[in-house]
Design a protein around this ligand. Sequence first.
Ligand code: MN
Length: 226
Amino acid sequence: MDYVIPPPPPPAVPVAEGGLFPVRRVFCIGRNYAEHAREMGHDPDREPPFYFLKPADALTASPTIPYPPSTGDLHPEVELVVALGRGGAAIAEADALGHVWGYGVGLDMTRRDLQAEAKRLGRPWAPGKAFDASAPIGPLAPAARIGHPAAGAITLEVNGETRQRGDLSEMIWPVPALIAALSAHCALAPGDLVFTGTPAGVGPVGRGDRLAGAVEGVGRVEVVVA
Ligand code: MN
């Protein structure tokens, strides 16, 4: 059978050592750092992990991203990104890291005004979270080189000024627990990415701003809002 329209190019993310990591789905975890949950008005002690999705073609390794339409309140959220090399359903926490191919640093770009409206109206978060170029990501680092980071600084600088600062050890649900929880809901697959949540300090950015996210021992993502 032939495709009736040209098939889209397969989404992929560059690997630091060269080559491309093919992406299947992009899962994003909400409120995984207590201080960020509190700054958004939620009690972190009372919530199990939850997730939303971005389309895989929202990923971008471009040095620039457009300021998106339909918002006046664009926020970057710096996040550790987990890249799965093996899939599975109902993965045990003790086995979870064996499914991880590597790690990267991503920005969960958020139209905060649209997200707030969706929360108020009880609607899905898609308009606030899933839009073109809403997932800038730096080159992936294989776990075979860097191991499985459970601690280390996670930071976002805007025009050289630190906006977000936290430590991976502050995750409410560490990576093995997130993989176990996600895989209890749906079978995970090779190529799936997991954005693991953001530390406190989120705020708006505008056109011309230089965003630099970093995770100690993992890498960086740098992008300018055009
Ligand atoms: Mn996020």
